[in-house]
Design a binder for this molecule. Sequence first.
Ligand code: C5P
Length: 237
Amino acid sequence: MSRTVALVPAAGVGSRIGNGCPKPYRRLGQRPLIGYVLETLGECAEVDRIVVIVSAEEQEFCREKIIPTCNLHKPWQLVVGGAQRQQSVYNGMKAIQGLADTVVVHDAARPLISLQLLQECIFEAKKCGACIVGVPVRDTLKKVGERDIIDKTIPRSHLWMAQTPQVFHYDLLWNAHQKALQEYFQGTDDSVLVERLGLPVKMIRGSYKNIKVTYPEDLLLVESWLVEEKEQAEEEP
Ligand code: C5P
């Protein structure tokens, strides 16, 4: 039987977004930001286990005060993250060795992932080994050089912005992390590590609402989209 484990990196240190509260735990409506991610992973029948990757200082707070409010009805565990996101995911991978065939990586800071998209990404990754969610770039891209002068304009026709979820066969992502570690390569997502193995990663089209909450204004955006979703749900018969 295939076992799918979700890793939720939530150990970012520069993640204070006002109020002195670590970003994943900032309240948004009824629950903390990470609660939206855990709810969707909790509802996803394909996900068997959830691993939340937290900083050492926030481990107890997350275990005692956050997870119990998230209504999780499947096995979960906390793992302490590292200095970079890549190391946090690697720590998660180490913790589930032998427990997973497929691994779903989804940032705690992206609360608006839809269940349907998550399922589609898992389905594709199981078929082809690696699948991630992203959206085509909408703006015109400029490479800017010395004294803020534009060097060139980069045609955007094949450019996408990578998001999470990113889903992989466990062994594939494990090998990709090992190679990155040996070669001192630091990436900003997991896909790039697999791309470096020379293996194909499928991209599926996600949503422009699946933003990574980074700045206070992002919270306002997410809040307004959540209100909109709630209103739509109430209007449905
Ligand atoms: O740093 P970045 O904005 O790419 O973070 C994306 C996600 O990775 C966030 O949910 C953050 O908490 C997590 N992260 C982590 N460990 C780090 C840095 C970031 O788990 N050292």
